[in-house]
Design a protein around this ligand. Structure first.
Ligand SMILES: [Zn+2]
Length: 977
């Protein structure tokens, strides 16, 4: 070929190399095939790979490039600047040497391109020749000549006149401005394009007018509208994509999104109304905001999700996540949607084709998803939800693990899978815990069965555990996720109801235990229960009133006190409820205390006792000794008033001047703190004068060790709240946000715990005043976390309330709040603190119970596959089955291929791959798997002609074989060296 005639041929800026070669061919009045033959000719053979299509591109090696430069008379460095693919690759040819060309096509391997504007090309080259250029998204419009430069697979592209669509040209202007002003303009446009594409792929609402009009205005004469709707996707949605990109790229809208979600990960786009309103307004589609509000998936949702996710991390790497478009959200390549011309029928209409799989998703993954979804559907049918605990299996299938994996990557799940899950169970990907969600279902089921929950009355219809959970939700209501608040509204708990909620009241058994604990503490200090005044409060607990109720219950037949409760009280004080008056009993104790260390002298009317009231009472008892009951006499004998002494006292009374009236009985029924009002040592008038004359004994100061005096009142207040809380709940394991009568008790307890732990760390002895907390609840500051302790109390309350409890039989079910704690307690029993084990023993969970729990079923996703692999290898002696091999319904060949691909990407083998290597060390050889299969065929049947032929060829190319291949051939006896 002599080139001089054509002169210098310039390349267009950004032109495809093949487009340039085509124009060179036209200038020489040749066909493109002739030019390609000339450029890649090696001794009369064409060193060219790939097929030539109208949408192909070519990569040339250095020698071929030299020939092109010579043909067009343009230096290489100029061509390199103009042609983006000029030095992209040094392709290897069929003949090893000489110039090489490699043809390729498709959106995966050739960057985005389109036709060059014909008017611009003519102006630039002086000739009317079609050309193709690589185009960035903002270069699709020639504003000057009003063209859209449309990429169409299988063609050289299409220039679409934009005369009737000025908004597209205006959008291009805005697009350029965005790129000029914002460093994230380009990635923001990619996100926006994914967003508009997701709208495009859904059925368009009735109100959508702009897109159909634009389709109509741009459709070439005679083109099929259905075909055009697919082909023109990027053109039609371009103005909207630019508008969305401008909103998303604006940092103000990122901040708005963060503020509106209150830093909750969004569940649905409706939680960001301002952003939706802005988009609807700027796009001129008022209905769009409403339509987007229910969206829980897709590129816009993912963007908002990332916005919240990365807000605390200002590093560039984190910020980049905001602009990542996952493959499942990218617009599908046009070449997947538009069939090549060879598949079209004569009429030019595309033939219906089998649905092509989505890129990036293997058929096997899709089949696995459908299988798992069937399990999920069955589970949902049985339980009404999909809030499956992570460790739970459904039948043999590890459904909990599968759903948990899906939840962690829910924004990346393909749209059709997300839609299928959403249709089954809308909260499959809720951003709160599955435990919360399960408990909510429990509450809803409870409400449906038992009527309204009545928060203002303390959830009277619920069990204690559920009631406690509901109350906790009410106290946390303002900080809950908006969708959680919405869910609570479904069960009758809206903001006003939550504010008015009362704590769940305890059962009578629970209340009894609380009263009993107070009675025990009181008796430990005061020695008996008789001296408790009716209105007495013990640690803010109405102990007097409670004891009165128990006594009434003991006496009445209507609601008799159960025998074991009466016994529990009798164990504290056998005379807690004497058959005679309480007043007698109180006087008796007063006298007993007064008599300690004194000699009772009946002759002097016991007047040598310090307590004249006691003395008078003793004298009176002596006088009426015969009227007393047997037990009373026995009690008196115990303090030295025998029948003998009583008679002596009576006789002394006859001879002695009459005694002044007895001191009034100790007044115990006035409201005052217990122990003080019942203080029998109050001086009576007989001794008042004498006592007044004596110097006052210094009062024993109360122990305030460890307290600054000015802090003591605050501590007392807190302590009073702690006592009241413990009286109500039976423990002090209050969650950190607990407020008791508006006092931040939870925070106070937390700080006390921290202080105590700090002192322990510093090697200091425990602060003495904290013993007062230990007196309320010995486990107020356990060495394990308080959450565990709270759960423990929950279990204890559950048992005391008489609810079904049998850990060995998994009652309550592991799917409940309590059940999941019990599960963990049993599974981790051996690792628990000895005191924890001790506490568990008290509620019937022992090492034996724990032993009955098998280790939790760990999901083994590949266990099934490995079993099939073993079976197949057992039958065939190796693990290189043909790719189509199906073993017992399992696609073993495909699965192994997938494992091989994965193994290539890993630096070290996964456990599954290690297991495979144990089955067959050559399951994934470093040479082609095809070789390995042929080898196994030859080994199985060495006399087969094909095998013999193959072995011969191996022998010929022996030196080119991998040492492993040589090893296999020799050990199998196929080749003798
Ligand atoms: Zn132009």
């Amino acid at each position: 070929m002599s080139g001089g005639a054509a002169g210098r041929i310039a390349a267009l800026n950004g032109e495809l190399t093949l487009s340039f070669l085509t124009r060179i061919a036209a200038r020489y009045h040749l066909g493109i095939r002739d030019v390609l033959a000339a450029v890649t000719d090696v001794g009369g053979l064409q060193n060219l790979t790939g097929m030539l299509y109208p949408d192909s591109e070519i990569h040339l090696n250095a020698q071929a490039r030299e020939r092109v430069a010579a043909l067009c008379h343009v230096p290489q460095h100029v061509l390199e600047q103009a042609l983006p693919a000029w030095t992209r690759e040094e392709p290897c040819g069929k003949y090893g040497v000489g110039p090489v060309g490699r043809l390729m096509r498709g959106e995966e391997v050739v960057a985005a391109w389109g036709p060059a504007c014909p008017a611009c090309t003519t102006a630039r080259t002086g000739r009317e020749a079609p050309a193709r250029r690589y185009l960035a998204p903002e270069q699709r419009v020639c504003a000057r000549h009003r063209y859209w430069l449309l990429y169409l697979p299988h063609t050289g592209g299409l220039t679409v006149p934009l005369g009737r669509c000025p908004e597209v040209i205006e959008a291009q202007r805005q697009h350029a401005r965005l790129l000029h002003r914002s460093p994230i303009g380009a990635p923001a446009f990619e996100v926006a394009r994914a967003v508009t594409n997701s709208w495009w792929e859904q059925p368009w609402p009735r109100q959508e007018g702009a897109w159909p009009a634009r389709l109509d205005a741009t459709r070439p004469d005679g083109a099929d509208p259905g075909w055009w709707k697919v082909a023109a996707r990027d053109l039609i949605s371009y103005p909207e994509a630019v508008t969305v990109a401008r909103v998303l790229a604006n940092p103000r809208w990122q901040q708005h999104t963060l503020a509106q979600t209150r830093v909750h990960l969004p569940y649905r786009l409706g939680e960001i109304p301002a952003l939706l309103a802005e988009l609807a307004d700027r796009l001129g589609r008022p209905w769009l905001a409403h339509r987007l509000a229910d969206v829980t998936h897709g590129p816009l949702f993912t963007w908002a999700h990332s916005c919240v996710l990365i807000h605390a991390d200002p590093t560039p790497a984190a910020q980049q996540k905001l602009w990542k478009v996952h493959s499942s959200h990218r617009p599908r390549p046009l070449s997947d949607l538009l069939p090549p011309p060879e598949l079209r029928t004569d009429s030019g209409q595309p033939e219906p084709r089998p649905v092509k799989r989505l890129r990036g998703h293997s058929l096997q993954a899709e089949r696995a998803f459908q299988r798992s979804l069937a399990h999920a559907r069955a589970y949902h049918q049985q339980f009404g939800h999909l809030a499956v605990p992570k460790e739970d299996s459904f039948g043999d299938y590890p459904l909990g693990a599968w759903l948990s994996n899906l939840r962690t990557r829910h924004t990346r799940v393909p749209a059709h899978q997300a839609a299928a899950l959403h249709a089954l169970y809308p909260w499959w990907n809720a951003p709160w815990s599955t435990l919360w969600q399960r408990t909510w279902h429990q509450a809803r089921d409870h409400m449906e069965a038992n009527g309204p929950l009545e928060p203002a009355s303390g959830f009277p219809t619920t069990g204690y555990s559920l009631g406690e959970w509901l109350y906790l939700q009410c106290t946390r209501y303002p900080t809950l996720h908006p969708e959680q608040q919405r869910l609570l509204t479904h069960i009758g708990i809206d903001a006003p109801a939550a504010a008015a909620a009362r704590p769940r009241r305890r059962s009578s058994a629970e209340r009894f235990q609380v009263g009993l604990a107070h009675a025990r503490t009181f008796a430990d200090v005061h020695g008996n229960l008789a001296v408790v005044a009716h209105a007495a409060m013990h640690d803010s607990y109405p102990l007097g009133q409670w004891l009165g109720n128990q006594r009434r219950g003991r006496r009445s037949d209507r609601r008799p006190l159960p025998a074991e409760r009466a016994q529990a009280l009798a164990d504290i004080d056998p005379w807690w409820n004497p058959p005679w008056g309480l007043s007698w009993q109180r006087h008796y104790y007063r006298a007993r205390d007064a008599a300690v260390g004194s000699l009772l002298q009946a002759e002097s009317g016991f007047s040598d006792l310090d307590d004249s009231g006691a003395a008078d009472w003793l004298w009176h008892q002596s006088a009426t000794y015969d009227e007393l009951s047997e037990e009373q006499r026995q009690l008196l004998t115990d303090i030295g008033i025998t029948a003998e002494v009583a008679r002596s006292a009576r006789e002394h009374a006859r001879t002695a001047p009459p005694r002044p009236a007895a001191a009034p009985a100790p007044q115990t029924d006035k409201p005052s703190p217990a122990g003080k009002g019942a203080d029998p040592a109050a001086p009576t008038h007989r001794h008042r004068t004498r006592r007044a004359a004596e110097p006052k004994r210094p009062r024993e100061p109360r122990s305030r060790l460890g307290h600054r005096p000015d802090l003591r009142p605050g501590f007392e207040t807190a302590l009073a709240h702690a006592r009241a809380y413990a009286a109500e709940h039976g423990h002090l394991a209050a969650p950190r946000d607990t407020r008791h009568d508006d006092y931040p008790l939870g925070m106070w307890l937390l700080s006390q715990r921290n202080r105590a732990k700090q002192r322990a760390r510093d090697g200091l002895p425990p602060s003495p005043h904290l013993t007062e907390l230990a007196a309320i609840d010995p486990w107020w500051n356990p060495p394990w976390n308080s959450e565990w302790q709270r759960n423990y109390y929950r279990a204890r309350d559950h048992i005391e309330a008489g609810e079904p409890f049998d850990p060995a039989a998994r009652v309550p079910a592991p799917s409940t709040v309590l059940g999941s704690w019990i599960t963990r307690a049993c599974l981790q029993y051996d690792q628990l603190h000895p005191d924890q084990q001790h506490l568990l023993n008290a509620i019937g969970i022992t090492a034996q119970t724990a032993d009955q729990w098998p280790p939790s079923p760990r999901p083994r996703p590949h266990a099934e596959a490995l079993t099939h692999a073993r079976t197949w290898a057992g039958e065939h002696g190796h693990l290189c089955p043909p790719i189509k091999t199906v073993q017992d319904g399992f696609p073993l060949g495909e699965w192994l291929n997938r494992q091989r691909e994965l193994a290539k990407k890993r630096s070290s083998p996964s456990p599954t791959q290690q297991d495979l290597a144990v089955i067959d060390p050559w399951w994934n050889p470093p040479w082609a798997i095809l070789w390995q299969r042929t080898y196994h065929h030859a080994q199985a049947d060495p006399r087969h002609p094909a095998a013999r032929h193959w072995v011969q060829s191996q022998r010929r190319g022996w030196l080119l074989l991998h040492p492993g291949q040589q090893h296999l051939l020799t050990t199998a006896g196929l080749v003798n060296v």
